[in-house]
Design a protein around this ligand. Structure first.
Ligand code: PSV
Ligand code: MN
Length: 397
């Protein structure tokens, strides 16, 4: 970094003022792996508890005003659930965020949802997607984030090309139901649960489908949905350049879609992604990105892990904001490789924690949100209240 102290402070406050990140309702609930579930006493089991946990994270960090909702898990009765959710929004001061259709749990989706060879199943899947859009409208939610588990496990068992056509048709139909300010975010994933082919496997496919659907559709990058060693920041640069970047699902991974807390394995990767975004913004590109977390914590305490993630996201966003990009551009032009890399890396190694503490103090927030969470006793209280309820349920079951 080559910036003066006061320029650093100004830039830090500007960056942190502009950063918001959405938390997922499912990050507070008990989840597991295919080998089992370790139940946590403080885990949320109702939508009310999820809103309460989200409000606690927002009280501590001040940057998570919205909660992503998943259709079957949070709104099992569809539109009928909307008034109760609106009441929770008012009670907890948290708004509903992106709406996530569920096109993977229903038994009839065994061979696909929007790409199922059966027209009837495809139609029902589309109906669910349209219902999700209606719910988003009723909740004033802008983004519908679409992920499907569609794909196949064995070569020759599905017609991949036909399935592209069905998807194009479905997404175009969905797009025509969006309100003018809504967006359809198309999420890709290379494998899992399908292991031979996934219908939307990468950013190129997602980008094609979004373009085909219409101008309000764009791509959602889930950082866990890439092969090892993939250069995600280059994908981000392409999506920025082509105006197709709509949002992120942040998490970290070591092997596959591990859903580990952001930056726990490779914080430099996220820094590099944020640099591309800051650089595009400095260059005057119109950017409208929904930052969202998509993690479920099986071993760590759920609220702690969420606070840890939010703080990490802020720190990495800030580090990348502090790169002296003017100077970097000069070094890039003159191909001074070592100097350019050192300038870039220097920002990554800068300890921004004193700056985030100052920013929090200036906004009446606890300077150390994790410490404040521990001091509040919130998790222990939740464990006491919810644990007795869940043990009553499990002894009944
Ligand atoms: C799928 O792996 C995914 O990333 C999608 O975003 C789903 O909505 C979410 O995880 C469910 O946990
Ligand atoms: Mn995701």
């Amino acid at each position: 970094m080559t910036l003066s102290e006061s320029a650093i402070m100004d830039r830090a406050f500007q960056a942190l003022n502009s950063f918001r990140i959405e938390i997922p309702s499912w990050g507070f609930a008990n989840t597991g792996t295919r080998f089992g579930k370790f139940v946590q006493a403080a885990a949320a089991s109702t939508i009310e508890e999820k809103f309460a946990d989200a409000a606690e994270v927002n009280r501590l960090t001040g940057v998570t005003p919205t909660l992503a909702l998943h259709m079957l898990w949070d709104l099992p009765d569809g539109l009928k659930d909307v008034p109760a959710v609106k009441q929770l929004e008012r009670r907890f001061g948290i708004r509903s965020g992106s709406i996530n259709p569920n096109l993977f749990q229903n038994q009839e989706y065994k061979f696909g949802s929007l790409c199922n060879p059966s027209r009837a199943v495809r139609e029902r899947a589309l109906k669910h997607l349209l219902d999700s859009i209606e719910i988003a409208k009723a909740l004033d939610s802008r983004d519908i984030s679409l992920w499907m588990a569609d794909g196949s496990n064995y070569p020759g068992t599905q017609n991949m090309r036909k399935r592209i056509g069905w998807l194009e048709e479905a997404l175009r139909a969905a797009h025509s139901h969006l309100a003018p300010d809504q967006r359809l975010l198309v999420e890709y994933k290379p494998f899992e649960p399908a292991f031979y082919h996934t219908d939307i496997a990468d950013w190129g496919m997602a980008s094609h489908l979004a373009r085909h659907a219409g101008p309000q559709a764009c791509v959602l990058v889930d950082t866990g949905h890439h092969y090892n060693a993939q250069n995600i920041e280059q994908i981000v640069a392409w999506l920025l350049h082509t105006g197709m970047l709509g949002g992120f699902h942040f998490n970290d991974r070591r092997y596959a879609d591990d859903d580990l807390t952001l930056g726990s394995i490779d914080p430099y990767q996220i820094f590099r992604i944020f640099h591309e975004i800051h650089a595009a913004s400095d260059d005057g590109l119109a950017i409208d990105i929904a930052y969202m977390i998509d993690q479920s914590h099986n071993l760590k305490g759920k609220i702690e892990a969420m606070v840890q993630t939010v703080v990490m996201a802020q720190e990495l966003y800030l580090k990348a904001a502090l790169i002296d990009r003017k100077k970097l551009a000069e070094l890039q032009r003159s191909c001074e490789l070592v100097a350019a890399e050192e300038l870039y890396r220097g920002a990554f190694w800068c300890d921004v924690r004193p700056l985030t503490r100052e920013w929090r103090k200036a906004h009446g927030l606890p300077p150390d949100p994790l410490e404040a969470l521990r001091a509040s006793g919130y998790v222990e209280r939740a464990a006491e209240e919810r644990g007795s309820r869940s043990s009553a349920v499990s002894s009944y079951a």
